[in-house]
Write a protein that binds this ligand. Structure first.
Ligand SMILES: [Zn+2]
Length: 252
């Protein structure tokens, strides 16, 4: 009996000691966390674009801003944002800088790549980043109605949609999807190497020609955007994003 009592006491003491240790660790951690938060708060971006901000933007200025944002992204130095504040401030209206048309690829997240926050950028994403009439309507809304100054069509390295187009994939709705990209195959006819989806160089050429073809479609099928571009109100640019380095190669 006495022995059991001793055992119980020892167990209780152990529990108390472990509990004290845990409390100490929690306190230490909290102190550490609050120190980190203080550091972060100094860099927090809590502003969102206003109409006045947007009115001051130029297409070239927005492009320079995107290039600088991509450089921060590649240097692991993206802006730390106070999303709670940005949500609150942006809820009343949006005045974005640009429209980016990208692929759905999970490795090419548009806002991150350009270090942009809530309210900064319209994003259209479809496998193979082509512009059908719905995408054109979205771009027209972004630029003509909501004031965006730049349209960027962005392809990316190792694109599955481009490979599927090269391979002439016939599967469900993918069949009609790749039809939108097929003109880029014709535009790549002069490529001298092996024309298959395993040849990275060829896949890149087709992806770049798909960007050129998409930009041509925008100009031909959207008189609104063409006129805005001709007047210098917007700029339309093409880019190829590398998955290996996170950098942009501009497509002329
Ligand atoms: Zn893709």
């Amino acid at each position: 009996m006495k022995n059991n009592y001793l055992k119980l006491s020892l167990i209780c003491m152990s529990v108390i000691m472990v509990s004290c240790k845990e409390n100490k660790e929690t306190t230490d951690k909290k102190e550490g966390e609050s120190a980190t938060v203080t550091n972060v708060e100094k860099r927090l971006e809590n502003r969102v674009l206003t109409k006045e901000d947007q009115d001051k933007l130029t297409p070239d200025g927005v492009l320079a801003d995107f290039k600088a944002g991509n450089e921060r992204f590649r240097n692991n130095n993206n802006t730390v944002r106070d999303y709670k504040e940005q949500i609150r401030k942006s809820a009343v209206g949006q005045f974005p800088k640009a429209f980016v048309l990208g692929c759905v690829d999970s490795r090419a997240p548009i806002e991150d790549i350009f270090d942009q926050g809530i309210g900064d950028v319209f994003v259209g994403r479809v496998a193979g980043n082509f512009a059908d009439e719905n995408m054109l309507g979205s771009m027209e809304f972004a630029c003509k109605v909501a004031g965006a100054k730049l349209i960027m069509v962005m392809a990316h390295q190792h694109c599955g949609a481009i490979k599927a187009t090269i391979d002439n994939v016939d599967l469900g709705n993918i069949t009609s999807l790749v039809d939108n990209i097929k003109p880029a195959i014709g535009l790549s006819a002069s490529f001298l190497g092996e024309k298959n989806s395993k040849n990275e160089e060829y896949v890149k050429i087709v992806a770049e020609n798909n960007v050129r073809n998409t930009i041509k479609n925008i100009r031909e099928n959207s008189p609104i955007l063409k006129e805005m571009e001709d007047k210098g109100e917007i700029k339309i640019v093409g880019a190829f994003y590398t998955l290996t380095k996170g950098e942009l190669i501009f497509v002329e």
